[in-house]
Write a protein that binds this ligand. Structure first.
Ligand SMILES: *[C@@H]1O[C@H](CO)[C@@H](O)[C@H](O)[C@H]1NC(C)=O
Length: 282
């Protein structure tokens, strides 16, 4: 009797644990999910795996990458960027597959002098080809607090999201011959490095090494990999942006977008790339 009662309790406990695993997306642990890949002790994991930092000094930057590869999903990470005079520094946070025809989905944060705005640079590579840059100012100081930067990657589109506000949509335009990342799994990468030849005001402002080391922080990594887990989210995560999502996107594009390859006629005198003509959201 006692035995079967325990057996039942055990069963109940196991089902409880199983169902919570199925419902909640796995909360990340940096020790389990990432490898520190360069910069020696400039990349560090703290607080039992809950916090990670990268730093950059005159000798080297640093970086990390995910142990796993992902094919579609929603990937959230909170970042707190290099504070103070971060001019010349670049914090890259991106997904990428391997090889010469790789796909890549990029966030890059270009530092600036104290009080001057960071630029959030985005790009999408398909089959090894990028040249799809869009750049934004942020509506907050990204060095004061952690903010959430997400990539929603589905067979229909890629959405770049900042604090749950969509800033960019790259739609699947395979129908008109534009390759879309949909078969090469990607790892998550991040690195902090010196790019003072181009990053700040096009390279005019150099890194001030007397302020080194420069440090960026990461926490609350979360992957929602399976399609099933999307069902409870708002419509724009499952399919198209809903009206609210489209309004937010237009707001960002109107007030914060500072560069869009689709409207760079000097660069594309023959006309914008085909995906630009297809969607009013690009
Ligand atoms: C840095 O600040 C200058 C002056 O406000 C601005 O023109 C530039 O876009 C900012 N960002 C970067 C990364 O250069």
């Amino acid at each position: 009797m006692a035995f079967s009662c325990n057996g039942f309790l055990m069963f109940a406990l196991v089902s409880l644990v199983m169902s919570s695993l199925l419902v909640a997306p796995a909360a990340g642990n940096f020790y389990q999910d990432f490898d520190l890949t360069w910069g020696n002790n400039r990349a560090k994991i703290f607080q039992g795996g809950q916090l990670l930092s990268l730093s950059l000094d005159r000798v080297s930057g640093s970086g990390f990458q995910s142990k796993k590869e992902y094919l579609f999903g929603r990937i959230d990470m909170q970042l707190k960027l290099v504070a103070g005079n971060s001019a010349g520094t670049v914090t890259a946070y991106y997904l990428s597959s391997q090889g010469p025809t790789h796909d890549e989905i990029d966030f890059e944060f270009l530092g600036n002098l104290s009080g001057d705005p960071y630029i959030l640079h985005t790009n999408v590579f398909t089959q090894g080809k990028g040249n799809r840059e869009q750049q934004f100012y942020l509506w907050f100081d990204p060095t004061r607090n952690f903010h959430t930067y997400s990539i929603i990657w589905k067979p229909q589109h890629i959405i770049f999201v900042v604090d749950n506000i969509p800033i960019r949509v790259f739609k699947n335009a395979e129908q008109i011959g534009v390759p879309f990342p949909k078969s090469q799994p990607m790892k998550i990468y991040s690195s902090l490095w010196n790019a003072d030849d181009w990053a700040t005001r096009g390279g005019l402002v150099k890194t001030d090494w007397s302020k080194a080391p420069f440090t960026a922080y990461y926490r609350n990594f979360k992957v929602t990999a399976s399609n099933a887990a999307w069902g409870t989210n708002s419509a724009w995560e499952t399919n198209e942006l809903d009206a609210h999502g489209r309004r937010r996107l237009r707001w960002v594009q109107k007030y914060f977008m500072i560069y869009n390859y689709c409207t760079d006629l000097k660069r594309f005198p023959q006309g914008a790339p085909p995906e630009c003509r297809r969607s009013r959201f690009l």
